[in-house]
Design a protein around this ligand. Structure first.
Ligand code: PRP
Ligand code: URA
Length: 207
């Protein structure tokens, strides 16, 4: 599995805002929107393009468009905060949704919602979730996609723990990961350290 770390200075400043415990939810969401633009922009470097004829006001020339715009899949809740930015960069894309909540005791994901096309063969998928902690949630989500025939999944996240990256690799699924940081690891409650806390709660408040 290819892993790309977006270590651009502007990405790191937004990540710092998100990590800071003093940041309120409005500022946190704004930083996540901006950081998502940078992470998706870097992820899209690998997308195939095709040429097609256009005319400028001066002369005919060749234009460029994405050969196969991806399906965007935010993982609810926390991935919702990345959805608008991704769709703004990829206006030709359509969107599916997966809802997962991590069980507080077992740390395994519980699926509560799924809205995806039945056949994903030939369609690249861009999965949005700010956090890869144990990796359980993203393995579950990506397995749903592969079960529908998808062979090309790019995960865009903000923070990934080494344990979660290893679990994604071990899954054997056809994945690529783009992240703004690989953090130190997980604590005893399976939170990313130093991390940023609970990405859903920091955006939307506690449940
Ligand atoms: C968070 C996060 C990931 C998951 C990561 O969601 O957005 O989906 O935890 O943990 P894992 O890698 O150990 O599976 P959470 O389950 O807290 O739900 P939420 O988005 O509704 O807050
Ligand atoms: N989910 C989060 O939102 N944060 C973590 O650190 C781990 C899982």
């Amino acid at each position: 599995m290819d892993v790309l770390v977006v270590d651009h200075p502007l990405a790191q400043t937004r990540l710092t805002v998100m990590r800071d415990a003093r940041t309120d939810s409005g500022v946190f969401r704004a930083a996540l929107h901006e950081l998502t633009t940078m992470v998706v922009y870097e992820a899209a470097r690998a997308f195939a393009v095709e040429q097609f004829p256009i005319s400028t006001p001066v002369a005919p020339t060749q234009g460029t468009r994405l050969a196969n715009p991806p399906l965007i899949v935010p993982v609810l809740r926390a991935g919702l905060g990345m959805a608008d930015s991704a769709l703004a960069l990829l206006p030709e894309s359509s969107m599916g949704f997966v809802g997962l909540a991590r069980d507080e005791d077992t740390y395994e994901p519980r699926a509560y919602m799924e809205s995806l096309p039945g056949d994903l063969s030939g369609l690249p998928v861009l999965v949005l979730d700010p956090m890869v902690a144990t990796g359980g949630s993203l393995v579950h989500c990506c397995q749903l996609l592969v079960d529908r025939g998808c062979t090309d999944v790019t995960i865009c996240c903000v923070l990934a723990a080494p344990e979660g990256i290893q679990r994604l690799k071990d899954s054997g699924l056809p994945l690529r990961l783009v992240t703004a940081s690989i953090d130190e690891g997980l604590n005893e409650k399976m939170y990313i350290v130093p991390g940023l806390g609970d990405a859903g709660d920091r955006q939307f408040g506690g449940m």
